[in-house]
Write a protein that binds this ligand. Sequence first.
Ligand code: SAH
Length: 254
Amino acid sequence: MAGEPQVYLVGAGPGDPDLLTIRALKALQAAEVVVHDGLVSDEILDLAPASARRISVAKRKSRHAYPQEEINRMLAAFALEGLTVIRLKGGDPFIFGRGGEELEACREAGVSCEIVPGVTAALAASAGAGAPLTHRGLAQSVTFVTGHAARGEEPDLDWPSLARPNQTVVIYMGLSMAETIAQRLLSAGRAAATPALIVVNASRADEQRVLTCLGDLSLAASTLTGPALLILGEAMSLARLDQSPAELAALTLS
Ligand code: SAH
């Protein structure tokens, strides 16, 4: 992968190394520097050569975090040194991952940037639970939104639109704002009985699934911690809680 300066912006998927793409694996195997965030597991990082330098720019709340500008600068600097730089991000780099900003920074620095897509958390969560994000008669569309907002504020979302029935709404980074989100959707008219699935650590050994309804979402969310998705919609009535990732793997391989 040597040649002109280049950064590979790689999606690491939701956690299970089996959900990496072959292209992501190849990129990792060629890495000289891996710059990764906190959601990427050691199992995946260990696929890079032992000689590759690993830099964690973990962004989990309340831990030391690199400012985004510093990450952008670092990526371009390594590439300009002639190193093969892999910027490894959880899920897909372009879904709530600030991948677009890193891409722009590379372009501005004269560094080309190749994007390797990844399995975003919503796809792994829905597959694990056996509940489709779209389903004839129950979900004509799916929308990915972020529940994250600046400190003290609430997410600026189009509540009347998200409150319409027969659609799936996947909320990333929404666990700590679940109460506000549920209230806004209920006041905008979404039925309290609408099925709601919470998936923590999708595709990992410690995956947890809770099936509830919009009216009880806030209570259910208050008992959980960790990277989680709130998935709301009629099609979540198909969710199963009893399939562990290990059982799923056994099912698909045998
Ligand atoms: N680019 C990532 C999302 C980054 S935002 C992707 O495409 O998946 C970080 C948020 O993603 C977390 O707060 C959580 O809401 C969600 N998330 C990431 N990995 C997850 C996982 N394995 N299980 C559940 N939610 C996850």
